[in-house]
Design a protein around this ligand. Structure first.
Ligand code: ZN
Length: 418
């Protein structure tokens, strides 16, 4: 690789300056680095992103959903290569989640120009609206609109201040009355690649500076309700008890044991517990527990579901009434093997032996997978695997390395798709 290639022009200092500026648009009344979607700070940050896009020579538009797009024309019209992410944060969030992907995409647009590279396909840089759960109870608002999964009814959802989602989108410069015009299809998008911080510990542990994502895990959630028998905590002999809390604990441990049979392939969490009546001196008669598992391989999700069914049946055999209600099921999203190969080849061009890994968190890429089958993600390491926290940290040098791989991949994609 010679130094005149665009990837070699990626400038960590320029990325750092952008990152420092973007990090000033935060809500001072909230902890950490908070820039909730649709807040005044979010609006200001998005205007700043649009200005930086213009300074990079991109033609800026705001679509009907409020997404900010910066377009770099190709030598011919047609479907675009799209890259970007989001700049909103969770309450008490960090400075890298989503942001790294938008800043890397901006840097890619600049280095292509500086290297005098004319792509055949148009390139679009995007800053999606409200990827994190918004004050309207909905996440991935902007990318949902792009994929056609934001319904007109969603626009009348209200935040705590009584503002509707439609009004909030209009405040970003969107046009909710023309929501459908934000929708894109395979004729508009040739491929979508999102750079993101890993938010987990695998790359750091592997000593890798960049990784290629194989897919985004599916998420299954269940509410389990167990009815036992309430009794006096002193007088009821242990052998006579149907303690609903103990039964719930057994069921959860059965699920954890099943998860342990698929090391690295599933994560399982029982994070919501309610026990009634909830007193020191009463054997609990009722327990409710909310469980979630995430897996990329649907056969592993099926095995977890089977383990749940077995655990429920075992409790029934012991005299409990036990049932589970599915709260939600999000299917896993496998990412394009062809795009993965291009990302790996791009990383290899730059001397990186990038590991493949799953994404255990959701991303705008989930929505973009409805738009085009050619979707991919690049991860850069997160220190200690921490995210959604003020302690979230990635080295700017690693973000820059990711941006170099992204630039290289964009050039390769253009070559393979144009
Ligand atoms: Zn994110």
């Amino acid at each position: 690789m010679e130094k005149r290639d665009p990837a070699w022009r990626v400038d960590p200092d320029r990325i750092r300056t952008d990152w420092e500026t973007l990090a000033t648009f935060v809500d001072p009344s909230r902890p950490g680095h908070t820039r909730r979607a649709f807040s005044p700070q979010d609006r200001a940050a998005r205007r700043w992103v649009a200005r930086r896009m213009e300074e990079a020579g991109l033609a800026v538009t705001v679509d009907a959903a409020g997404n900010v797009w910066g377009l770099r024309p190709g030598t011919r019209d047609g479907p675009k290569l799209v890259t970007g992410s989001h700049t909103d944060t969770v309450d008490g969030g960090g400075r890298f989640d989503g942001i790294a992907g938008v800043l890397a995409a901006l840097e890619v647009a600049r280095v292509l120009d500086e290297a005098g590279v004319r792509l055949r396909l148009p390139l679009a840089v995007v800053d999606f609206v409200a990827e994190e759960p918004s004050p309207f109870g909905l996440s991935c608002v902007g990318s949902r609109a792009v994929s056609g999964h934001l319904a007109v009814e969603h626009l009348s959802l209200r935040d705590d201040a009584g503002r509707t989602l439609g009004e909030a989108i209009a405040q970003l410069g969107g046009d909710p009355a023309r929501l459908a015009s934000a929708r894109l299809g395979p004729d508009d998008v040739a491929a979508f690649v999102e750079l993101h911080v890993e938010q987990g510990p695998y790359l750091e542990r592997a000593g890798a500076r960049v990784g290629v994502v194989t897919g985004i895990v599916g998420i299954d959630r269940y509410d389990v309700e167990i009815l036992g028998e309430r009794g006096h905590s002193g007088t009821l002999p242990m052998s006579d008890r149907h303690d609903a809390a103990v039964a719930a604990a057994r069921l959860v441990l059965d699920l954890m044991a099943e998860a342990a049979r698929h090391p690295g392939a599933v994560v399982c969490t029982a994070g919501r517990w309610q026990v009634a009546p909830g007193a020191y001196n009463v054997v609990p008669g009722e327990a409710r527990v909310g469980v979630e598992w995430r897996a990329l391989d649907p056969t592993v999700s099926d095995a977890m579901e089977e383990a749940l069914a077995l655990a429920l049946r075992a409790l029934e055999g012991q005299g409990y009434r036990a049932e589970a209600r599915r709260v939600s099921r999000e299917a896993p999203v496998p990412l394009s093997p062809a795009v993965q190969d291009i990302l790996l080849a791009a990383a290899r061009d730059l001397g990186h032996d990038a590991p493949r890994l799953a994404s255990w968190a959701g991303h705008d890429t989930v929505q973009m997978a409805h738009v085009t089958e050619r979707v991919g993600m690049l991860f850069v390491p997160s220190r200690g695997g921490l995210s959604h926290s003020p302690e979230e940290w990635s080295e700017i040098a690693d973000v820059a390395e990711g941006a170099r791989c992204l630039a290289q991949a964009i050039v390769r994609l253009d070559g393979s798709l144009a």
